[in-house]
Write a protein that binds this ligand. Sequence first.
Ligand code: 4NP
Length: 159
Amino acid sequence: MVSVLFVCLGNICRSPMAEAIFRDLVKKEGLEGKIKIDSAGTGDWHIGHPPHQGTRDILKKYQVSDEGILARQIVSEDLGQFDYIIGMDDQNITNIQKLGDIPSHVKVKRLMDFVEDSTQKEVPDPYYTGKFDEVYELVTAGCSRLLEEIKTELSHEGK
Ligand code: 4NP
C-alpha cells in the first residue's frame, strides 16, 4: 500500500480536485486496493465543507466523481501516516513543514515537481483567480506523473 495526501490552503478548491482526479486515474488502472488517497487544507475555515462550486463544476464536466469529499485540516499526525504529502504551492509546503518533524521516508513535494518539463511549479489558487480550467489541466498532468512514479514503486517493491 502506498498512501498519498494532497494539501492546499482551504481544502475546497485544488487539493479536493487532485484527490478526485487521482482517485479516478487510480480506479481506471485498477489500483484502488493499493493506493490510499486523501486531501487536507492547512487552514481551518472550511472544515466539513464540500468542494467549491468551481471545482465541482469542472469535475462534473470531465465526469470525475467528487463523492464523499469533505474538507478537513491537516494535523501533525498526518506527517507519519502518508508516503507522499503533495502540496499545490510553496506556501503549502512551508505550512506542512511547520507542523513538525517529517519522517525521512516521507516525500513532501509540490504536485508540479512531478511534471519535470513544466515551467509552472505551483498550482495557482482558483479561489482568487477563478481559473478552475487551468487548475484542472495542471492537476491532471501532475496526478498522471505521480501515478507513473507510484506504479514504478509498486512494481519494484512488490507492494
Ligand atoms: P484552495 O483555495 O486552497 O485551493 O482550497 C482556497 C480556498 C479558500 C480560501 C483560500 C484558498 N479561503 O481563504 O477561504
